[in-house]
Design a protein around this ligand. Sequence first.
Ligand SMILES: Cc1cc2nc3c(=O)[nH]c(=O)nc-3n(C[C@H](O)[C@H](O)[C@H](O)COP(=O)(O)OP(=O)(O)OC[C@H]3O[C@@H](n4cnc5c(N)ncnc54)[C@H](O)[C@@H]3O)c2cc1C
Length: 381
Amino acid sequence: MDFQLTEEQEMIRRMSKDFSDKVIVPRAKEMEETGKPPYDIIAQMGELGMMGIPFPEKYGGSGGDWVSQMLCVEEISRGDVTLGTLLDVTSIVAQELYEFGAEEQKQRWLIPIVQGKEIGAFGLTEPEAGSDAGATQSTAMLEGDKWIINGTKQFISNIGYDNASIVVITAQCPQLKREDGKNVINTFIIPKGTPNFTVGTHWDKIGLRSYPTNELLFQDCRIPKDYLLGKEGRGFAQHLQVLETGRIFVAAVCVGLAQACFDAALPYAKQRHQFGQPIYNFQAISFRLADMAMNIEMARLMYMKAAWLKDRGLPHTLEASYAKLFASEMAERAASNALQIHGGYGYMNDYPVSRYYKNAKIFQIVEGTSEVQRYVISRNL
Ligand SMILES: Cc1cc2nc3c(=O)[nH]c(=O)nc-3n(C[C@H](O)[C@H](O)[C@H](O)COP(=O)(O)OP(=O)(O)OC[C@H]3O[C@@H](n4cnc5c(N)ncnc54)[C@H](O)[C@@H]3O)c2cc1C
């Protein structure tokens, strides 16, 4: 097996690392404190092509691969996870448009998203449909040449950015029935600003404070018939398919976060003296760091393998869930360990490990909770 990155992958990793160190790391604390999205940084990420690495040049991308995209996400997330998560969500929307969209839809919405000029949002969760995402209660009724959408989507990322362009949502279509009698779920493109589509409650969160999360309300919201995305009756399957890629993204975000925890904890342990010596000399501390280093490496190999399979068009359902589950649980432990190694100082907002700790939990919840990942894995064994 060849574990060597290609020249292009290495170049993207290095470019993302430099950008993270020079541009993101110095701003991360301020972003968390103000809760304001860093639009200037997001624009630079778009200009550097970070939103479109694996998409063809014809659609504004770089024609690269998913391994490179994930390496980029790891490095960006090492600087700040909100920006890695932004890359995740906007890219899975781009993937949905790319894989299933009509050419006109690609020209209109995919290109600006891939170029990073606009941001995409992914609308699956509802107040009564969380882990059971197929329990969608939102409806879409066809009336003449318009779909009429009603319903609520909950905890939707990205749409709160000023330059968010669309949200791709699922809705059931009661006028249609599947052969097995179940409701047909379709996916629809809803441009931000469509009348009767309201971006509601902006949630105040424990972490990811500069990352917008909103409730969305649709009240007789009319969209043209051709805003249906993909094949009729396949909407839910399409949404779940791109979520597989989302799980690789989340794993890469978590590796970046855990690496930041390790990078803060190791030097601290070597310079902090107690009992007349660096605390690193105590096995209780150095073994924590040894475990952190090993687990980060393990999670990195897992997301890279899932992305490598995806690049080759090979099945990767299991590998994406393994990587997401392992990396998200690993990152939470890494954040807790990094804070513990910092002792009382780690609990202070002046130290970045306090921010890492607050940000770590969410990745066991989004894009399928740890429990859901275990269902996906056990169903595929
Ligand atoms: C910051 C943030 C951003 C988000 N961004 C988006 C987004 O952009 N788009 C989007 O569509 N959604 C988004 N979500 C929603 C997220 O995906 C859901 O919160 C998640 O899927 C869980 O759904 P829920 O919160 O309704 O929890 P529930 O489904 O109510 O689960 C509650 C608990 O019960 C457990 N549970 C549920 N069913 C079972 C079962 N059968 N067996 C065992 N345990 C079970 C769950 O694992 C969890 O621990 C976001 C959420 C947050 C917090």
